[in-house]
Design a protein. Sequence first.
Length: 96
Amino acid sequence: MDEKLLLPARLDSAAVRAVADDIQARRGHPLTIDAGQVEFAGALGLQVLVAARRQWQEAGNAFEVTGAGAALRDMCWMLGVPLGEIGATAGEGAPA
């Protein structure tokens, strides 16, 4: 069964602990993260997503970030993190 997790509107340092805990609680299962509500994404939030995608990849489980809007894509671009590193694709919305 594919687990789903909805990210908060602000993926900032105040939200990172709860998001990381929510992600880790779903280890061992395919995971889809809905980033459609994200209006702000900080560097720490991106680090959590990169680390999670790598953990899922190493375990052989599916991991995907859907709905990556401008805020998340822009932060990835500013930090030089390819969208694929967080499990997202450039096919959604404006080019990354």
